[in-house]
Ligand binder design. Structure first.
Ligand code: 5HY
Length: 255
């Protein structure tokens, strides 16, 4: 099975952290193809960053459709462009936030999300609601650690993450969801240190994609996730125009 893990920001060192977590979770026989978006923000810390990051993400996902990929993972906790990606994908496409929240709901009555900046907390709260997790998510806690600080071993990022995790546990959280792909390498030893399950969305998404593909389940092409309607796109994005899919081919692709 081939799973493509796409980092929608353009920081390759962060993709390396993501790739290591994905490979650590992958079953024997699962090949992980981890890529960095070809264009966009070095980190995603707001609505505008997210919106612009989706172009590079879609380009990488479309390339994946030509590489016989069985499933895709969006390795950013905002799950940017998730539904747009599902429109052009045959196989399952999972966002790490959605995957982590569902995993947490299987092993705790109440989980908490510990994320980066206060300004991105609202994005995680939107996802909690849109994924139907309002009853299960105690709260979203912000550490105010910029995304790229997570990449710096010398920064006090880990200390600030642990601090918010302890606060969440004191307030009743039975499990912790790490709210950034850049925290993927923290999950395993944090679990031991805190004494509660700590969930990294990258690993969670790999296991869920393996399960879906293993059951032969693919993105439904009935309704809103059907392939995009073929039409011309103009200007600098003309190459992103959906192409007609040839009869019987399951790949519409773009450009
Ligand atoms: C992420 N940003 O996982 C999100 C985290 C956040 O560049 N990768 C990013 O703060 O929303």
């Amino acid at each position: 099975m081939r799973i493509k893990v796409i980092n929608p920001n353009t920081t390759a060192t962060m993709t390396a952290t993501i790739a290591a977590a994905a490979r650590a979770a992958a079953a024997p026989g699962t090949e992980i193809i981890a890529v960095t978006s070809p264009a966009g923000p070095v980190s995603i810390e707001g609505h505008y960053d997210e919106a612009v990051s989706v172009i590079g993400l879609l380009q990488e996902l479309d390339a994946g459709e030509k590489q016989e990929i069985d499933g895709h993972i969006i390795a950013c906790f905002g799950d940017p462009g998730l539904l747009a990606c599902r429109e052009i994908a045959r196989g399952p496409v999972l966002g790490i936030a959605e995957a982590a929240m569902h995993m947490a709901s299987f092993i705790s009555t109440r989980f908490a999300v510990v994320t980066t900046l206060t300004r991105t907390r609202i994005i995680a709260e939107h996802l909690v609601r849109s994924y139907g997790m309002s009853e299960r998510c105690l709260r979203v806690y912000a550490t105010d650690v910029p995304v790229l600080e997570l990449d710096k071993p010398a920064s006090k990022a880990r200390y600030l993450v642990v601090d918010q995790c302890r606060k969440a546990i004191d307030e009743g959280a039975g499990a912790i969801v790490l709210g950034c792909a850049g925290m993927a390498d923290l999950a395993s030893d944090l679990s031991g240190e805190l004494g509660v399950p700590v969930i990294d969305g990258v690993g969670a998404a790999v296991k869920l994609v393996e399960a879906l593909v293993g059951l032969g389940l693919r993105t439904s092409k009935q309704g809103d996730l059907a392939y995009p309607i073929v039409k011309p796109y103009t200007g600098s994005l003309a190459s992103m125009a959906p192409r007609a899919q040839s009869k019987g081919s399951t790949r519409p692709g773009t450009g």
